[in-house]
Structure formats: structure tokens, C-alpha cells
Design a protein around this ligand. Sequence first.
Ligand code: NAD
Length: 334
Amino acid sequence: MKPKILTTLELPKNALDALEKYFIVEGGPELVKDRNKLLKLLEDKVGLLTAPHIKVDRELFDHAPNLMVVSTYSVGFDHIDVNEATRRGIYIGYTPGVLSDCVAEVTWALILSTYKRISEAERIVRARKWVKGIYKEPLGRDLKGKTLGIIGLGRIGRRVAEIGRCFGMRIVYYDIVKPPEAEKLDFEYCDLETLLKISDVVSIHVPLLKETYHLIDESKLKLMKKDAIIVNTSRGAVIDEKALIRALKEGWIMGAGLDVFEQEPLPLDSELLDMENVVLSPHRGSASIETREAMLNLAVNNLISVLKGQKPPALLNPDVMKVRPLDKTRVLQE
Ligand code: NAD
């Protein structure tokens, strides 16, 4: 009999066909809202294909004695207890790289919409309040000659920085790791405080970790220029959202473009929903046809590879190979 895997995704036919060649595939998106059913179904599964919409934690592993691989349809991994997975010999596949361009482009869509005040202006047109005359309010700002501050110069941050160059911006960045080729880069390194003080546009691209939780808090927001904007396409909890709301209401900064929030979906009573100087996007940084296809291919390959006893194309926790060597994960033949 074929081995069994579980998914919490709604899979298109080609992905389902690729998986059903090897596995009995159970589950679907309904499991996101039914944790008990998800846990129950995991008992006899060797693989889980999922996304940041569920927590992959000790409780889940306790219900999955046969689990050897979790493949997440995301580059973010804050929903997964990676150390615990490694300890238990569970491989974690993820999707780095294939979504960087798309997320960088969405970041720029938010930067442009916020700095040029496109969404605000669109609301005026839609409210049938466009009156004849020279357009005055809301006036946007120009990017050329301004400073773009990138927090986290990884795959996505670097692409955002490259695009910033095309707008004629000075690029500064902060990261815990200085890239090996830092000297050759056309971007200037500075500490976080300096970056916040001098940037007109601040864009966040660090993963959510213990160390980056509320990295941008009240004290950091107060360092920013009053006419600067902050854009976040990383994870909501990297910014203290309560402090951000105060900053936006009290004019410590000009605006914010947000794709991610501390609680998602954004609660219906969130004050952000009624604020003019915020552009809101429902966590769709990687939401393009091409990128989603590439992510799914990679996620499916990661899962199949581990269960063939092969190193997956994108393995988040390589130390797991010491705990459960790849020849012990082989449940499929070539
Ligand atoms: P990456 O690992 O290539 O880059 C992250 C960078 O952050 C690295 O250079 C790293 O050194 C730096 N960093 C880590 N900890 C830090 C700290 N404490 N202080 C300063 N810098 C630190 O990751 P990536 O592929 O660029 O993705 C970045 C994040 O974007 C993901 O972790 C994910 O949460 C988020 N993301 C969001 C969406 C979306 O739909 N909005 C889509 C994809 C990724």
C-alpha cells in the first residue's frame, strides 16, 4: 500500500497528481479550522504539506508518531518549532528564493501606494468626491534622492534594495550578519538606530524570531522622521502594532504599508482599518500565479525527496540528517 501524507492546502490538479503517484493524499483546507481533526488524521502520516496557517509544534508532533517530513509552502518558518522537529528527526522543507522577486515587488507596491498616497486618492475617486481643479490633497512625496532603509538584507531585502536604486534612492541597511561581499555592495551598512533616524522609507525583511519580536517598538518608532513611512512584508509581530497605531495617529511618522499583522486575519475592530495613512494588504506578498506555482513545485519536491531518502532541494534544518539519516526516511522507491 502507498504511504499516507496529509495536506492543509487546496491543491491544484497537477500537484495532486504528482503526489498521488506516490502517496495516498488526505486532508484539505478545512483542516485549518479543525485542529482536532488535523491532529487525529496525522497518526498514520509520514509527511505533512502545509503553510503558516497552522502551528507545527510539539502537540502536533506528539500526534504524529510516523511523521518524517513537514513541507511548508512558505519561506517563513515562525509557525514551526524547528528545534523540536530536528530533535525528533523530522525534516523541514521550505520555499526560499522562488518568492523573493514577488515579495519585493509587493513591497514596492506598498511603498509606492503609501508614499505617493495612491490608496487614499483612490478612495476619493471611488467616493465620487473628485472635483474639477488642480489636484491638491492628498499630496504624495518623491522617492528620488531619498533614503531607503532595509532591515534584513537577505534574499527579499536585497531585491527591494536593488529596485530602490532604480528610483535614485540612497540605500542603507541593517542586518545581524554583514554579507561577505559587503564591501562590494552599493548599499551602506548602519546600525538600526541610525537607519531609523536617517531613512525616509523603512522596509522590514527579517524573519520573526525571539530576537526580532517587536524589534520595532515605541522607542524605535520615535527615532523615525515625521515624514517617513514604514513598510512591513515580513511578519506582523516584528513591529509592536499597538505602538505603530499610536505613531500613525499621533503623527510620529507619515504612514505605513502593511502586508502582515500581529493577528491574521486582521481583527474586524482593528483601528488600522479606519486610518487614512495606512495601506493594508491581506498577507499576499507571494500571491502571484508564477510564484505560487514555483512555491508549490518546490514544496512538493521537498516532500517527495525526503521520502525517497534524498536530500530535499530546500532543507531548513540540515542538522536533522544527523538525527535521522536520509537512508532511514526512504519509504518510496525511485
Ligand atoms: P532571508 O533569510 O534571506 O533574509 C532574512 C535576513 O534577516 C537575513 O539576512 C538575516 O541575517 C537577517 N536577520 C535575521 N535575524 C536578524 C536580526 N535579529 N536582526 C537583523 N537582521 C536579522 O529571508 P527572506 O527569504 O528574505 O525572507 C524574509 C522574511 O520575509 C521571511 O522570514 C518571512 O517571514 C517573510 N515573508 C513574507 C511573505 C509575505 O507574504 N508577506 C512572503 C515571503 C516571506
